[in-house]
Design a binder for this molecule. Sequence first.
Ligand SMILES: Cc1cc2nc3c(=O)[nH]c(=O)nc-3n(C[C@H](O)[C@H](O)[C@H](O)COP(=O)(O)O)c2cc1C
Length: 240
Amino acid sequence: METLGERFQRETKYSRKGRPPATRVLSHPEEFKAYPQAPRFPLPPPGEEPGPGIWQVMGARRSVRDFSPQAITLGALARLLWSVGGVREKRWGFLFRIVPSAGALYPVETYVMVNRVEGLDRGLYHLHVPTFSLELVKEGDHSRTLVRAALGQEMVATCGVAFIWTAVIDRCRVKYGERAFRYIYLDAGHVGQNLYLAATSLGLGCCTIGAFFDDEVNQVLGVDGLEEAVLYLGVVGIPA
Ligand SMILES: Cc1cc2nc3c(=O)[nH]c(=O)nc-3n(C[C@H](O)[C@H](O)[C@H](O)COP(=O)(O)O)c2cc1C
């Protein structure tokens, strides 16, 4: 009997006989998500800083799960955010980003749960891409809820900052139908690797997380899990 995964692979295949049929689209989402009522905190743009070269960074990257209680700097957080959601250039009226994305549709949204960052209160923030600023979605300490949602992985609370990536599914599905799910997961992989490399380059530790209770993470963020759903997490802090 064909499994769900095998059926997904088959039904989303491009083949010489045809492409996957167009599917139900729930909405025509905006190019960027925004929280217009939320307080907004502009981030310092990344400057030209000397650092290790790309080959050294790739060779040094590893998953780090133990963190010191020391806060990371706002400058470091800004660089990390730029590595996952920064804009590279404006071309043909579109904002092209640091990370690649199928069809330049950028379905991945970035949220951060700030535990310990100098100059930024604890809380849950959303990255507003066009202004490179953080929008405060929920004040306060949500680390215990997120640890529980991440199957009890304590590094979610001991890190300086936890990244949470969601996808606005129809941003990609309007073009690619159900094949969009493949591209969304691939996009998320690029984002996660950039976080690893940026953290390594800054001398910080990073670990990405795929093990979580989806509904619980969606609930923390206040997203419905259908039009917008959690994809992936990543934690960063000063290595212990
Ligand atoms: C998609 C994905 C999901 C992962 N989920 C978790 C996780 O939930 N918890 C964890 O401790 N590590 C997680 N990791 C990290 C892997 O365990 C780690 O990359 C692997 O053991 C190789 O070690 P390295 O990253 O140090 O090279 C995940 C990595 C990836 C790419």
